[in-house]
Design a protein. Structure first.
Ligand SMILES: Cc1cc2nc3c(=O)[nH]c(=O)nc-3n(C[C@H](O)[C@H](O)[C@H](O)COP(=O)(O)O)c2cc1C
Length: 328
């Protein structure tokens, strides 16, 4: 019988399948169901820096101020106004209800007085903290270097405030992702989550106005994290978590082969229900049994760029080859 246990940021997990931060990880019943169907850990829905900062003022004002620079933040806010106090209660309830690690999530884009709030989350019992660096940088006067320094400052600030391990959830939009990842690790990150999924605004032709919808991911989107996990495995001193487009056991196994320690799932569980995690776990076990693997460590990272016979498959060479082979 295959052993699915793994280690992520020093935490022992019974399985590499993680319920991603989402509307599902808002309710303790869903967290319990995830544990019951094979989750190795859960990431709670995010608390936004805007929510913490607005706790003393009015949330509406803060949302209005932020909506231009971070429009997607609005779509993640639950209709009821959950503040920092309720968030701590969620962390406590999750800790009391579960045996698997509870990872809290902070969604932020700039350092601020909210940073110290991470300590409260630690005090409420979170085993780890996921920091979702989510910003839409549209100011031509601000360079990529400045933005990256700001991200490093956020992580260093949180690292100084807490002892629990910190994972950083990143967007794929960096000129040099390995460089940024290493900077964040130097600032204290022990895990890198690849990737956050940006929600892109659409345009309504009826209303002649932008409008945003919360679309679920498709399995094709998993190729982007797959490439970068394959490239970063062994190149950053952090545990890698895959996020985006993992919808089944095959998708999870590919990320593990590329070098992921854990695989986060949101859309597939929103679509199929939390018990679907059990189907994914059973599929991983079945594949491992068929291939004669008794532990994940036997194959984790064996298809990362450093391990494969053709490292060019992860880089430009593959693109050049594929484009030149097209002869329609
Ligand atoms: C309904 C919903 C709510 C989400 N809320 C959050 C959130 O609060 N914080 C966060 O970091 N990610 C959030 N996400 C993003 C997921 O954690 C995940 O990164 C993304 O959906 C890609 O993974 P998937 O393809 O498995 O859905 C949310 C996703 C969904 C579908």
């Amino acid at each position: 019988m295959a052993d699915l246990s793994t280690e992520f940021m020093g935490l022992r997990l019974p399985s590499p399948l993680v319920l991603a931060s989402s509307a599902l990880s808002n309710r303790v019943e869903n967290l319990e169901a995830a544990e019951g169907h094979g989750a190795g850990a859960v990431v709670l829905r995010s608390l936004f820096e805007e929510q913490i900062e607005a706790a003393g003022t009015r949330l509406d004002e803060a949302l209005a101020r932020q909506s231009e620079s971070n429009p997607e933040a609005r779509t993640y806010f639950p209709p009821q106004r959950v503040g920092p106090h309720e968030y701590l209660a969620l962390v406590q309830k999750a800790r009391a209800a579960l045996r698997i690690p509870v990872i809290a999530s902070l969604n932020c884009c700039a350092p601020g007085s909210w940073t110290g709030y991470a300590r409260e989350i630690e005090g409420a019992g979170a085993h780890a903290l996921e920091v979702n660096l989510y910003s839409v940088e549209a100011d031509p006067a601000i360079s990529g270097d400045e933005i990256e320094k700001r991200y490093v400052e956020i992580v260093a600030g949180i690292h100084a405030a807490v002892k629990i391990p910190i994972a950083v959830k990143l967007s794929p939009y960096f000129t040099s992702l390995p460089h940024v990842a290493n900077q964040l690790v130097a600032a204290g990150a022990r895990g890198i989550v690849l990737f956050n999924r940006f929600l892109q605004p659409d345009i309504s032709l009826e209303r002649l106005a932008p409008h945003s919808v919360m679309n679920l991911s498709s399995p094709a989107e998993a190729l982007l994290p797959l490439r970068w996990i394959g490239l970063l495995h062994g190149r950053v001193k952090a545990d890698l978590a895959a996020s985006t487009g993992v919808h089944d056991a095959a998708g999870a196994l590919k990320q593990l082969l590329a070098g992921a320690r854990v695989v986060q799932i949101a859309s597939a569980l929103v679509r199929n229900g939390v018990p679907y995690l059990g189907t994914v776990a059973a599929g991983i076990e079945e594949w491992m049994d068929r291939r004669g693997h008794s532990t994940l460590a036997e194959f984790q990272g064996t298809l990362s760029q450093r391990e494969v016979a053709d490292p060019g498959a992860f880089e430009r060479a593959q693109y050049v080859h594929l484009i030149l082979a097209q002869n329609i």
